[in-house]
Design a binder for this molecule. Structure first.
Ligand SMILES: C[S@@+](CC[C@H](N)C(=O)[O-])C[C@H]1O[C@@H](n2cnc3c(N)ncnc32)[C@H](O)[C@@H]1O
Length: 363
């Protein structure tokens, strides 16, 4: 009979999930191994006999009991290890990089200076490779000679990857929150207002619209605003046409969790799926820059998922402060599953559902 720490796989999975969107730090094999080692030291082991008939249920119970501890340990360890893994920079290269960011700001009015440099550099590297440049200086010349290259660069830097019902469990919680708020507002003849900030190609706000429908509510009861800095992404979102493979992997999961077949909201057209007109009509799309634009007021729920990851801490704090100001009292803020809310923000946002990264405005 042998004993095994049943938390080991769970901790490794949790670390993998937390690192999935961390383009800003080194996540090489050595760094990951060091992180795993430290996390395993910090979360006390739970040993179970491998031939125990209740092995699986004990393993699941141990994971459930240790979510908070795992969350804290993982975040601390990632920060610690990534500090020691900082790479030395080359002063000229850094200067050329700054010039590039400044040039984008001057010519396109988009300020990437408070985004994580590591992420921007990784994305830029893709354009440098595509244009066969081996330095930022050469790439600046390409930009000067070809205005369309700005669009390609911008496309690369904004990263509009999204999914319908991304992080599925969160959607069931959101459905409950919308249902409760709508019931509360019904007597006052008011609608629940939801803002999908940084909505990419529309998968998130349309998932909100479908969730609203699944709850038996309509556009009179729930108003959805969706914004993004990327005009191309907004245009695509408004068209509401998606590749069928985008949907296939979530259909059965949404059915199992929410009892609804989301294919009912689409009609096939060749390789594509066209979103139903009434779902499209539920979402108001607008261009908006979280860094420089005025924020829309009176939201009951703000979803800003998988965006903070690109922002430096001071920018995150500025954006959070503005979300706090425009959220209605007791309103909800939802961030991405792999993101963390700066500790300072926890004074004004309480944890409502830590696993699904749902926070509630205090006050
Ligand atoms: C990875 S997508 C997230 C999409 C969606 N929220 C989700 O979680 O699936 C990030 C989006 O943030 C947008 N974005 C980046 N910087 C922004 C800014 N300053 N203001 C508004 N949107 C921004 C990008 O254009 C991109 O569409």
């Amino acid at each position: 009979m042998s004993k095994k720490n049943v938390l080991e796989d769970f901790l490794k999975d949790y670390l993998d999930r937390s690192l999935r969107l961390r383009f800003d730090i080194c996540t090489c094999v050595d760094c990951r191994a060091r992180m795993t080692e430290l996390i395993l030291k910090r979360v006390p082991a739970v040993f179970v006999d491998t031939d125990d008939p209740d092995y699986e249920s004990k393993k699941n119970a141990a994971a459930k009991d240790n979510i908070r501890r795992t969350f804290d340990a993982t975040n601390k360890v990632i920060e610690e290890v990534s500090l020691s893994g900082a790479h030395a920079g080359d002063a000229d290269k850094e200067k050329a990089f700054d010039d590039l960011i400044e040039r984008i700001k001057e010519t396109r009015g988009i300020d990437f200076s408070s985004y994580h440099r590591g992420i921007l550099k990784r994305r830029l590297a893709l354009r440098l490779a595509a244009t066969k440049c081996d330095s930022y200086v050469k790439y600046l010349k390409v930009l000067a000679g070809d205005p369309h290259e700005y669009d390609r660069l911008f496309d690369e830097l904004t990263i509009n990857v999204s999914e319908f019902f991304r992080d599925l469990e969160m959607w069931e919680k959101l459905k409950n929150i919308i249902g409760r708020l709508a019931a509360d507002k019904k007597g006052r003849d008011q609608a629940v207002t939801v803002w999908s900030a940084a909505c990419a190609g529309g998968e998130e706000p349309y998932s909100i619209a479908m969730t609203t429908r699944i709850s038996g509510l309509g556009s009179a009861q729930v108003k959805i605003l969706a914004t993004d800095i990327d005009r191309q992404a907004i245009k695509a979102a408004m068209a509401g046409v998606y590749k069928s493979e985008k949907l296939i992997k979530v259909i059965s999961k949404v059915r199992a969790l929410m009892g609804c077949d989301i294919r009912d909201y689409f009609s096939p057209c060749g390789q594509d799926l066209h979103l139903a007109a009434d779902i499209k009509a539920m979402v108001d799309f607008q261009w908006h820059d979280l860094v420089t634009s005025e924020y829309p007021t009176n939201s009951d729920i703000i979803l800003c998922r998988n965006v903070f990851i690109y922002f430096t801490k001071p920018l995150q704090e500025r954006v959070l402060d503005r979300f706090y100001r425009v959220l209605n009292n007791n309103g909800f803020l939802i961030i991405g599953k792999s993101e963390t809310l700066a500790p300072e923000a926890r004074v004004v946002f309480r944890e409502f559902d830590i696993e699904n990264k749902i926070y509630q405005k205090i006050g």
